[in-house]
Design a protein. Structure first.
Length: 139
């Protein structure tokens, strides 16, 4: 996984899926179920999924497996749903966990550029570790 990909692109989502599978295996492949949807608002028109899907991805963890799909349907449900303004997501994906990421994230939430619904705490993988792992693979 030494290749880099543009944030939010189909190739980037594929890299994210590989990282999620690795983290799940490292966690002992727990059997819990969890779904995360991240929708990218104001994403560039090129590289968008085919309608009716919108920019973003869906991460499903079930039966000890992690699957990631490029694109988000308008009526999908998830344990946690994150809407993120694309330019803000690009900035976030340049920072690993720490004070700078926390500050940017808090500011973006205050401005409504990130909206989180549901609870990410139920995830059987460490989503902070997933974020940190995708940062060096993001263009």
């Amino acid at each position: 996984m030494s290749d880099k990909a543009v944030y939010g692109s189909k190739a980037w989502v594929a890299l994210l899926g590989g990282l999620a599978r690795r983290l799940l295996a490292e966690a002992g492949s727990p059997q819990s179920r969890f779904t995360l949807i991240e929708r990218l608002l104001n994403a560039p028109a090129d590289g968008q999924p085919a309608p009716p899907l919108e920019a973003g991805y869906r991460l499903d963890i079930a039966a000890g497996e992690a699957r990631v799909r490029f694109g988000v349907g308008p009526d999908e449900v998830a344990d946690a749903w994150v809407d993120v303004d694309y330019p803000t997501g690009v900035k976030l994906c340049r920072l690993t966990s720490g004070a700078a990421l926390d500050a940017l994230s808090a500011e973006a939430k205050e401005k409504g550029l990130i909206v989180v619904r549901g609870d990410v705490a139920a995830s059987p993988i460490d989503l902070t570790a997933l974020h940190d792992a995708i940062v060096p693979l993001t263009r």
